[in-house]
Design a binder for this molecule. Structure first.
Ligand SMILES: Nc1nc2c(ncn2[C@@H]2O[C@H](COP(=O)(O)OP(=O)(O)OP(=O)(O)O)[C@@H](O)[C@H]2O)c(=O)[nH]1
Ligand SMILES: [Mg+2]
Length: 551
């Protein structure tokens, strides 16, 4: 009564705004306190929820809290009574499990310890734990339930049958073994379900106010438990814990060892100053352009670019070829006349190439060469460059000359009659081929002899793969033909595999290289036996030979 009077007297003195503020403060405190299942007190003591009210170390605060929670409608005793009724109703059945919050959520305890629902059960905890206390690093002990040697299984069954429950309290920090009571083993109880029992047990443990330390079933703890299971006693566990950690590999660096150092790390390997200076000079020079960069820098001449476009050379989409009017269903569509209405391939534009292609002689040595009765056009080049394929493409007689993707198929000089006016000669390739070195050398010698001495040889088509360009062996043959004054024409093959601009660049590169050569016939030709691009142009160029050739 006196208190009320005092309070009301104090209120009269307070300005209305202050009263409102105070009320608001109280309300917010209430909300915060009720929303938590358990909190840590300012003094670090464990506080736990009891009957919906927070127990704190400070008694006066507790009373205050109780009043706030129930807005003064009921006294503290009533609240307690009510709290009990909440857990057990009149029939004695557990309707509400008010500790579920504490069970479900991670309940923060002293020393930053958490109770985690997930950690309460071992996943495969069978035979992992021993009932003896296990000494940790810091002298703390872990209690493992004696009955639950097959802990995981028993816990599982207990949740359903209500026989026993294991509450594993977890340490926040991994590997830290906490003091006694880390793992609470709760015996069987007839009353209530397993869930309720566990929660209530947990609560009772907490409310005792003991610093209930917790075990986190970390890998180290599990390992220890496993070791125990293997027959080690506690001391062994201790000694195991104290066993020396894996030694770190110490890498000794020998200052004189240069085996693992880059040569330009400043170590003077040669020792001579002159060499060092030379190296410095070299590094001062401008960095060399890569071959690829050189190639990309080539500017093709307008005539080459227009030739590439006119003949649709280079890698093209089929739709582009169709738009250009070619029948893409044909094996070599670009060899056809564009915008041809007939589904059949049009006749070859050059009469001489309409003749039947006939093989009539093969030579492994020069003495086996047939008599030079007809003007001859020979096809030379590295192995697999596409010589035999080009012969077929020019005559459109696929299969007369054998081809293969394996380099070195043509091993003799093969002579083909094309009517009565022209002879086409397929030469064996040079360079890489699946053949013995001596055999390859003999081919090369034969080819060289043929191109330099053959009477009636009107032109050598020197085939060069557009992708790879000219190689030293090609240059060797060119030199020979220059010396023997044999007319030769460069033909770039397989243009369908690279971009049109690169075809043009390659053509430009070779033209520049052979600028001073006298026996080379211009223009440089570009073809694709596959798409037929450039074939018609080559036909025209070769047909002119027969026109002006003197027998
Ligand atoms: N993509 C593409 N492949 C081609 C072209 N020409 C030939 N080929 C392929 O290149 C491979 C070699 O062709 P061949 O005609 O046998 O070459 P070769 O120069 O006669 O070879 P050797 O007789 O070994 O000297 C074959 O798989 C052909 O299909 C072409 O224009 N484009
Ligand atoms: Mg061949």
């Amino acid at each position: 009564m006196m208190r009320k009077i005092l309070v009301s007297a104090a209120l009269f003195k307070m300005p209305s705004e202050d009263i409102l503020r105070q009320k608001l403060k109280k309300k917010t405190k209430h909300v915060v306190s009720t929303s938590r299942s358990s909190v840590r007190t300012e003094k670090g003591e464990i506080s736990s929820e009891k009957n919906g009210v927070l127990n704190r170390g400070n008694e006066s605060r507790e009373k205050f809290k109780k009043k706030v929670v129930f807005k003064g409608k009921q006294s503290g005793e009533e609240v307690e009574e009510r709290g009990k009724l909440r857990t057990l109703d009149s029939t004695g059945r557990k309707k509400r499990v008010y500790a579920t919050e504490g069970r479900d959520k991670n309940v923060k305890l002293d020393n930053g310890v958490k109770i985690s629902k997930k950690k309460t059960l071992f996943k495969n905890g069978g035979k992992q734990l021993k009932d003896e206390p296990v000494e940790g690093n810091n002298g703390r002990t872990m209690w493992a339930p004696g009955k639950s040697r097959n802990a995981g299984l028993k816990v599982k069954s207990s949740t359903h049958a209500g026989k026993e429950n294991v509450v594993l309290v977890t340490a926040k920090r991994k590997g830290k073994v906490k003091e006694e009571g880390k793992m609470g083993f709760v015996g069987a109880d007839d009353q209530g379900s397993g869930v309720l029992k566990r929660s209530r047990d947990k609560k009772s443990e907490l409310s005792k106010g003991k610093s209930q330390d917790v075990v986190y079933p970390t890998s180290s703890v599990k390992k220890k438990a496993r070791d125990n299971q293997a027959g080690l006693d506690d001391d062994d566990a201790e000694t195991l814990d104290d066993r020396p950690k894996k030694k770190k590999r110490v890498i000794k660096i020998d200052p004189h060892d240069i085996s693992n150092k880059r040569l330009d790390d400043g170590i003077n390997i040669t020792g001579s100053k002159e060499e060092k200076k030379e190296k410095e000079k070299e590094s001062e020079k401008e960095p060399k352009m890569s071959k690829n960069a050189h190639f990309r820098a080539i500017q093709p001449s307008p005539s080459i670019l227009s030739f590439v476009e006119k003949n649709l050379l280079g890698r093209r989409r089929l739709i582009d070829l169709r738009r250009a009017g070619y029948n893409i269903d044909l094996s070599a569509p670009l060899d056809n006349i564009p915008f041809c209405s007939s589904s059949e391939r049009e006749k070859i534009e050059e009469n001489v190439f309409r003749n039947k292609l006939e093989f009539f002689a093969a030579a492994k040595v020069s003495s086996s060469f047939p008599p030079p009765n007809l003007p001859e056009i020979a096809f030379a080049g590295r192995s697999n460059v596409g010589k035999s394929s080009l012969l077929n493409a020019l005559t459109r007689q696929w299969g007369v000359v054998r081809t293969s993707d394996k380099p070195g198929l043509t091993q003799t000089i093969n002579f083909f009659k094309l009517g009565t006016k022209l002879c086409l000669v397929d030469l064996p390739g040079y360079g890489f081929a699946y053949a013995k070195e001596e055999v390859k050398e003999s081919w090369e010698e034969l080819v060289k002899e043929y191109v330099s001495t053959r009477v009636g040889l009107k032109r050598v088509c020197l085939l060069i793969d557009t992708k790879w360009g000219m190689k030293p062996r090609d240059l060797e043959l060119i030199e020979l033909m220059e010396r023997s004054k044999t007319k030769y024409q460069i033909v770039l093959t397989k243009t369908d595999v690279i971009f049109p601009i690169d075809v043009a660049r390659r053509a430009m590169q070779i033209e520049e290289k052979l600028l001073q050569n006298k026996s080379v016939v211009k223009p440089l030709m570009m073809v694709s036996s596959k798409s037929g691009a450039g074939i018609r142009s080559l036909r025209t160029a070769l047909a002119n030979i027969t026109r002006f050739a003197k027998r």
